[in-house]
Ligand binder design. Structure first.
Ligand code: SF4
Length: 209
């Protein structure tokens, strides 16, 4: 797709979903490490309801590091794969506490070394905790809709991210996932899209009447 048409689509999305914003609640980078670990394959509302309680009792990486996994599990039990995620939170916070003086490193390379943090969650932390945009968050909505828009033929999230970084002007890298999450929940659903109701109905190559 020509860059001109991509920008046209991005502007249409921006007009339609001007209120779209990052979806996980946090107060500081340590909170966001916890929230992003919990967010894998879990609805944002459930993560936000869970972290609301966690944040009351855990203020620093040390607080998490000193808790037992069983104690953390009491907070995370309504989350998918909660046992594994509780373990990852504890291990990640132990590393932050012992190796980074309780701070979250402002580096994608360092972040992806933490248990439970991949490229997607590292992008989310870099963008939202530090205001540094080095990539595009590729979640399930970005994968599905980028394919439907023919912005990528790839299935692997890292390859999709590379395609998007080549195709999209950088000023849209941070906002695109917010727009596509709104579009995906609204009309471009899996498995069936409601194309007649879609703001992109006249420009999308996958439009189904
Ligand atoms: S036209 Fe249909 S397939 Fe294309 S983005 Fe909209 S809902 Fe999705």
């Amino acid at each position: 797709m020509e860059t001109e048409n991509v920008v046209k689509i991005l502007k249409m999305l921006q007009n339609e979903y001007s209120e779209a914003k990052y979806y996980l609640d946090f107060r500081n980078p340590v909170d966001l490490v916890c929230a992003t670990i919990l967010s894998a394959q879990c609805r944002d509302e459930v993560v936000n309801a869970t972290t609301k309680k966690i944040y009351l009792d855990f203020k620093s990486a040390k607080d998490y590091a000193e808790a037992s996994v069983e104690e953390l599990e009491k907070y995370t039990s309504s989350i998918t794969f909660y046992k594994n995620k509780a373990k990852n939170i504890k291990k990640a916070m132990e590393i932050l506490d012992s190796e980074y003086n309780g701070k979250v490193p402002e580096s994608t390379k360092e972040l992806i070394k933490l248990p439970g943090i991949g490229k997607k969650t590292a992008n989310a932390i870099m963008q939202n905790a530090f205001g540094v945009v080095e990539g595009v968050i590729v979640d399930t909505h970005v994968i599905r809709i980028s394919q439907r828009l023919h912005w990528t033929n790839e299935k692997n999230p890292e390859k999709i991210e590379k395609d998007l970084m080549t195709l999209l002007p950088k000023e849209y890298w941070k906002e695109l996932p917010h727009f596509l999450k709104s579009l995906g929940r609204d009309v471009c659903k899996a498995p069936t899209a409601n194309c007649k109701e879609c703001v992109l109905s006249k420009v999308c190559p996958s439009f189904i009447s």
